[in-house]
Design a protein around this ligand. Structure first.
Ligand code: DAT
Ligand code: MG
Length: 134
């Protein structure tokens, strides 16, 4: 048992589709606590820092184009096992195979436009929170 912080973000597709309230509500109803929130339009430099582990991947150009395409909602959340809880509510990376009941499973069909980002470990959370909430 440990209170953790995690970085969650509604990506540009989620904002454009009017799903910010639904997505925030899911994390709230689960029992996580919203600590900080801000809208941010991610530029290339920020995208390369946030997605540093992916810059050399074949899909990075598409990811870059998508993540910089409009405003996103960056958030700091806290709670018991917040990192794992956030990932569970998001669902697997590819919405096509994400189960119903998860954010990606309920709202997406393609891997690039998968609605949400969530830290995948406590170390990632620390790194990502420092980028978006310095
Ligand atoms: P996650 O967002 O579930 O942590 P990730 O860190 O592996 O997934 O990848 C970051 C984002 O990059 C992901 O949300 C969508 C995109 N992506 C990942 N794998 C991809 C692939 N094979 N093709 C296209 N986009 C991909
Ligand atoms: Mg990831």
């Amino acid at each position: 048992m440990a209170i953790e912080r995690t970085f969650l973000m509604v990506k540009p597709d989620g904002v454009a589709r009017g799903l910010v309230g639904d997505i925030i509500s899911r994390f709230e109803r689960k029992g996580l606590t919203l600590e900080q929130v801000r809208m941010v339009t991610i530029d290339e430099e920020l995208a390369r820092r946030h997605y540093a582990e992916h810059v050399d991947k074949g899909f990075f150009p598409e990811l870059l184009s998508f993540i910089t395409s409009g405003p996103a909602v960056a958030m700091a959340w806290s709670g018991e096992s917040a990192v794992a809880v956030g990932r569970t509510l998001m669902g697997p990376t590819d919405p096509a195979v994400a189960p119903p009941g998860t954010i990606r499973g309920d709202y997406g069909t393609v891997v690039t436009q998968n609605l949400v980002h969530g830290s995948d470990s406590s170390d990632s959370a620390t790194r990502e929170l420092a980028i978006f909430f310095p």
